[in-house]
Structures are given as structure tokens and as C-alpha cells.
Write a protein that binds this ligand. Structure first.
Ligand code: C5P
Length: 228
């Protein structure tokens, strides 16, 4: 059953993956489809929330009852997100945001006849989630709940959960949804598995299932964190 626990709540969700242009036709991007963020928006809206979706390169129709702001680069996502966060009670950063972008962007298409570039120089992008957390700390934002996502592949330095806990602490958000990606997992798939790590030490495991189910679990956790 759908609980009406988000009635009237203003929820901002980012979805999809940013693209960092190299020239007018090429970009550095990632495999995020936006499905998880759009499913979150669908569930939150069905539970009564007023949802704004910042969608980066998502090839999906807008979920019923949501307002969708379409963006592409991290800079565009950042502007739209900061603007919409001003009157959001909840921000859920489900988008895969590029950590780096090319230092320069060619004004016209890079041609085969141009001297072959041997490397692409990258610069770090601002961390939008960290900026929101910092804005709340200084009182510029009064977002009650900030949720991050972490796509982890796991490696020799530790497992997905160890990385997740460290990232939650580093980012300073209230909830971090950790999901395993890679080898056909998560990106573009209808199913997802994840662990919801709370800043209060809570840990909720969501087994592999429809992204809609993970979305509902995130909405449950968010509703539990909202002041009445
Ligand atoms: O550090 P990492 O990129 O794994 O963190 C993922 C989380 O941080 C996601 O919620 C993502 O939307 C957010 N993020 C961001 N700005 C960036 C990179 C990631 O807001 N430049």
C-alpha cells in the first residue's frame, strides 16, 4: 500500500548522469539511465510529495505529477539544483555527477586533421552534494533531509559497505544509498540492490529487486527523518 506520509512535502531529486563537453558534439559521460531517480520521483509523488526532478540526460518521460528540469553538464545540474534546493525540505542526489571535466572545451568540432591530442586534461568538478551540506551548516539552506547515492564497485582497499560508511561521514549527508555497480549491475537495469546507511548508524539492506522497491525504502527512511 502507498503511505501518504510525504503529503505536501517539497522534494528535490536529481537523476541521470552528467555529460562534460569536449567540443560541440563530444562529451565525457557515464552509463546512468536515470531510472532510479525517476522511480524515486514516481514513488514520492504518489505518496503526496511535491517533486522537482533535475534530470541530466535522461531519456524517460516525466513521472506523473512532477516538475522536470532538464540539464546536461555538471555546471547546469549544479545551478538547477542549488536553485531548487532553496525551497526543498528533502534533497535526494541520485544523479551520477562527473567528478572531473575537461579543462577546455573546443568551440568547434575537433577534426581528424587537427594535431592528434595525446591526452585530455581534466579539472575537478564541484561536489554539489557537499555544497548543499555546507549550505545547510551555515544556515543558507534549511533542507531537513539530504540523501546521497554512492555507486561502488568494491576493490582491494575494502568492500562496498566500508567505502559507503566512509563516504557518508565524508559527505555529511543524512542518508547514503550504497549500490554495487559494474558488470551489468544497476546502470540502465530495471533492478537494483542497495544498502541504506543512516548518519544515526542505521543500516537497511534492500535485496536485488525493482528500482521502485528501493525507491519506496528510501522514501520510508526519508519520511522517518522528517520533522513533523
Ligand atoms: O563521491 P561520489 O561521486 O561517489 O558521491 C556520489 C554522491 O555525490 C551522489 O549523491 C552524487 O549525486 C553526488 N555528487 C555531487 N557532485 C559531484 C559528484 C557527486 O553532488 N561532483
Amino acid at each position: 500500500a502507498l503511505s501518504p506520509d510525504l503529503i505536501g512535502r517539497r522534494v528535490l531529486i536529481t537523476a541521470g548522469g552528467t555529460r562534460e563537453p569536449l567540443d560541440p558534439v563530444r562529451f565525457l559521460g557515464n552509463r546512468s539511465s536515470g531510472r532510479q531517480g525517476f522511480d524515486l520521483a514516481t514513488v514520492a509523488a504518489a505518496r503526496g510529495a511535491r517533486v522537482t526532478l533535475v534530470a541530466a540526460n535522461v531519456d524517460l518521460p516525466p513521472p506523473a505529477g512532477t516538475e522536470v528540469l532538464r540539464v546536461s553538464s555538471t555546471e547546469e545540474l549544479r545551478e538547477a539544483t542549488h536553485g531548487a534546493a532553496k525551497d526543498a525540505e528533502v534533497v535526494i542526489m541520485a544523479a551520477a555527477v562527473a567528478d572531473f571535466r575537461p579543462l577546455t572545451r573546443a568551440r568547434s568540432k575537433i577534426k581528424k586533421s587537427d594535431a592528434a591530442p595525446t591526452a585530455i586534461e581534466l579539472v575537478r568538478n564541484p561536489d554539489v552534494l557537499a555544497e548543499l551540506v555546507a549550505g545547510r551548516a551555515t544556515g543558507q539552506l534549511n533542507t531537513a533531509v539530504i540523501v546521497g547515492f554512492a555507486a561502488e564497485t568494491g576493490d582491494e582497499d575494502g568492500d562496498v559497505l566500508t567505502h559507503g560508511r566512509a563516504k557518508l561521514a565524508r559527505k555529511g549527508c543524512d542518508l547514503l544509498v550504497v549500490n554495487a555497480v559494474g558488470e551489468g549491475k544497476a546502470f540502465g537495469q530495471p533492478d537494483n540492490a542497495g544498502v541504506l546507511l543512516g548518519a544515526d548508524g542505521s543500516e537497511v539492506q534492500i535485496p536485488l529487486g525493482p528500482k521502485m522497491v528501493l525507491a519506496a525504502a528510501v522514501c520510508d527512511a526519508v519520511a522517518g527523518l522528517l520533522p513533523r
